[in-house]
Design a protein around this ligand. Sequence first.
Ligand SMILES: [Zn+2]
Length: 442
Amino acid sequence: MCLSIDLNRNHEPLNQRTEGVADAATILFNLPDYRVLSAATGAFGQRRVRVCATATPGCPDCGVVATRKHSSRVQRLRDVPVAGPVEVLWRKFRWFCAEGACPRKTFYESTTQVPRRARATRRLRDALVDAVIDSGRSAAETARAFGVSWWLVQKCLGLSAAALPDVNKSSPTRLGIDEHRFRSVRYFRDPNTNAWRRSEPWMTTIVDLDTGQVLAVVDGRDSSGVGDWLQARPLQWRLGVQVVAIDPSAAFRKALRMWLPRTAVAVDAFHLVKLANDALTQVRQRLTQETKGRRGRSGDPVWANRHLLMCGANTLSARAWDRLQTVFAVDDPTGRLEAAWHVKEQVRSLLHAGSLADAAVKRQALREAVQSAAQPETSRLWRTIERWWEPIEVMLITGATTAKVEANNTTIKNIKRRGRGFRNQSNYRSRILLTSARNSQA
Ligand SMILES: [Zn+2]
């Protein structure tokens, strides 16, 4: 059985009839600039909607509005499901150009919804991008739900990312740089030596700290990835950057010294606190090995309170403070763990200094704490602090941190989880840039 409603047998565009009055099918179908000519149900229940454009087009070369039709053909359009899948057929006209001097004699009409050479409607493209970026659906699931191919979803995402505002036109004053792992660790066999090699695919995120928007995601975490990206920016753009916040990475610092020599570099306080905590943990593990000849166990007060050791002294409750004192009294016969703990506390207090003068005083106190601790781990920490002293001062003055980069790294992790990992780096990159642009707009 074939059921068909022919709404307008003479197939005249809407604007040649009563302007602004549309029929029920056109209202329900709701494709801007199009009118439904007929809707039919096929023998297998498939629905077929025939449409035509309502506006008279202008010539793509000279712009003169056409008056005379040449011919027509039927083009199949991919569109959003309207109450279920629909096959959309567009009766597309070829028009004569009304300008006699124009080299183009005839042309096919195009609309905002379906530009020249497009085979999918704009509303379908927008819906696919919204589903992946705003609603956080995977490309494969979106493709299934809309009845299109995975490649179309990916192509729409790529085009949308390419249409994002040009980074060179922005003028960020504060940047944040941090790395994240793009995929899990892989092992591959080196073809020359036939030995197994470990590969850790890292990528570096560059963020505008004022807007929180990701400006770029570059390969690797060495100086060349960031350096090449900075080199590609115009001089005016680079001169506009006043502060860059990084983690204590010599590679990033090298790239910044090369391409942003006049920019102040701030080191992120959180990463330095982590270094201090790591040093304390190493001291604890070494002392346990030295005094007990084994690893820490749950029966050892030091091991049981290993997380308490890393808490800031200013955040401890009275009970926690008592517990900490008991740990030092019972399970630290040499007093070296307590000395290392004081170094860690001194680093924390230094990073919260209110002024540069205050920081200088605290630096001196830290130096004394390190000298009295006299342990390799804390001495190494001291050397790192010394090496990064200037960026620490910049951090204290400007308050620039990589917190917004870390926030973006969380978003990036979610993108990775949703896609169950990415094999194509440029797809991955466009997904990150689009999501970040939407988030900062919101
Ligand atoms: Zn023309």
